[in-house]
Write a protein that binds this ligand. Structure first.
Ligand SMILES: Cc1cc2nc3c(=O)[nH]c(=O)nc-3n(C[C@H](O)[C@H](O)[C@H](O)COP(=O)(O)OP(=O)(O)OC[C@H]3O[C@@H](n4cnc5c(N)ncnc54)[C@H](O)[C@@H]3O)c2cc1C
Length: 384
């Protein structure tokens, strides 16, 4: 293919891939863009799969309409190899495609249970949502393995829609690895009050029987899909390693979303991976701009949100602190508003906003501009 007519190629069919297409278009309105997704659907929003779709959001609302950006979207198309020297990718059917620039947004795949027992639905994509939805609509009993984000969100959503749900996890309470103080215990109480059958301290081991249910769903974490990049000789260190503008170790190839290991300026350039919607959108957009010839420094304040049973919780920054526990300013009930303040080296590094909708903008400003604030100054500024 003549170099002048080569398209930009995006590998991946998630939110980062969609955002990358928009980033390219912001810089280059003309050159063709080809997006290859191994899923049978074009890009869509993933967060509603465990939340909004169970609470009235119509399925039509999740699609990202990537093709409207003059993007050719190829679904059911697994990219199996990259040849950086020839600037070509190869698909599972042997087809080769040249590229002007390449964005890798291959995301994550669900971690499998030990022994990979058959019949388990790994909750990650629209197809797995549909399987669980069908079972719920048929009144089946559903067991969820995993007490993290997916387990708590999906468990609560299923219960809200009248399903019989049990939740099985190795910790003492849901979200215990993520949330501080009394919150995990309070969540366990709220879930039990709502009729979710809780099974703490249940670690699924190889060969052990699965929970007794009509359908077993697992949400036990994810792994970055780095094989394609690694096989092409790109630097990989737990994610696809990129520089401050999301460029991979090979010029002309950028990466974005869950799969990238990037230097976070807010943490002195420490390399990490994030698995959040805002990161997929923001890094995708900048990777797209970069590959199209306008590289930008990626300097986010990480954010994410979650929720269940009317409780919302959001995080700005990272939920890490030095050896001290975070400063917790919580009410007596899980439904009360609260704030968690995380410090690293004495400076503000993360804010947990519990039932405090609409505060994210102020939280981000505090993290970026006033990390030396005292707890009372932080609470005052959050309250406006
Ligand atoms: C149920 C659920 C709820 C969530 N809720 C929240 C939330 O409330 N808040 C929040 O911040 N985050 C949430 N997340 C996380 C968020 O959705 C992810 O961070 C985001 O989807 C990552 O986007 P991505 O495009 O980087 O990767 P992915 O969404 O993993 O997409 C990767 C895509 O690449 C495709 N692909 C991979 N390899 C290839 C290949 N070789 N060839 C072709 N295609 C390939 C995959 O099929 C997939 O389509 C949630 C995730 C899930 C699953």
């Amino acid at each position: 293919m003549a170099a002048r007519t080569r398209p930009f190629v995006i590998v991946g069919g998630g939110m980062a891939a969609d955002a990358a297409a928009r980033g390219i278009r912001a810089v280059d309105p003309e050159r063709p863009i080809l997006l290859f997704s191994s899923e049978p659907h074009p890009p869509y929003d993933r967060p509603p799969l465990s939340k909004g779709l169970w609470h009235g959001t119509p399925e039509e609302r999740i699609w990202r309409d990537t093709a409207d950006e003059s993007v050719t979207v190829r679904v059911d198309s697994m990219v199996t190899a990259i040849d950086p020297e020839c600037r070509e990718i190869e698909l599972s059917n042997g087809e080769r495609q040249g590229y002007e620039g390449l964005v890798l947004a291959t995301g994550c795949r669900p971690r499998r249970l030990p022994g990979d027992p058959s019949g388990v639905v790994y909750f990650r994509d629209f197809e797995s949502y549909r399987t669980v939805r069908r079972a719920a609509d048929e009144g089946r009993r559903i067991a969820i393995i995993g007490g993290g984000f997916i387990g708590t969100e999906l468990g609560a959503s299923l219960r809200d829609s009248g399903s019989s749900v049990s939740l099985h996890y190795p910790e003492g309470a849901p979200l215990e690895r993520i949330l501080p103080g009394p919150l995990p215990r309070r969540i366990a109480e709220a879930f039990a009050d709502r009729g979710i059958e809780l099974h703490p301290h249940r670690e699924v081991s190889d060969g052990a029987p699965l929970p007794d249910a009509d359908l077993v769903v697992a949400g036990v974490g994810v792994e970055p899909r780095v094989g394609l990049a690694r096989d092409a000789g790109l630097e990989v260190d737990g994610g696809i390693r990129v520089d401050a503008s999301l460029q991979c170790s090979e010029p002309g190839i950028f990466a974005a979303g869950d799969v990238v290991s990037f230097p976070l300026p807010l943490r002195g350039g420490r390399y990490l991976r994030l698995e959040h919607e805002s990161h997929a959108n923001e890094s995708g957009m900048l990777a797209g701009m970069g590959v199209a010839g306008s590289p930008q420094r990626y300097d986010p304040v990480p954010t994410f949100y979650s929720g269940f049973f009317g409780v919302t919780w959001e995080v700005a920054g990272l939920l890490e602190c030095d050896d001290e526990a975070p400063g917790l300013h919580l009410g007596a009930s899980i439904d009360d508003p609260g704030v968690g303040i995380y410090r690293v080296g004495g400076e503000l590094g993360g804010l947990l906003l519990w039932n405090r909708p609409g505060m994210m903008g102020r939280a981000k400003t505090l993290l970026r501009d006033a990390p030396g604030s005292t707890d009372s100054e932080i609470l005052e500024r959050l309250n406006g």
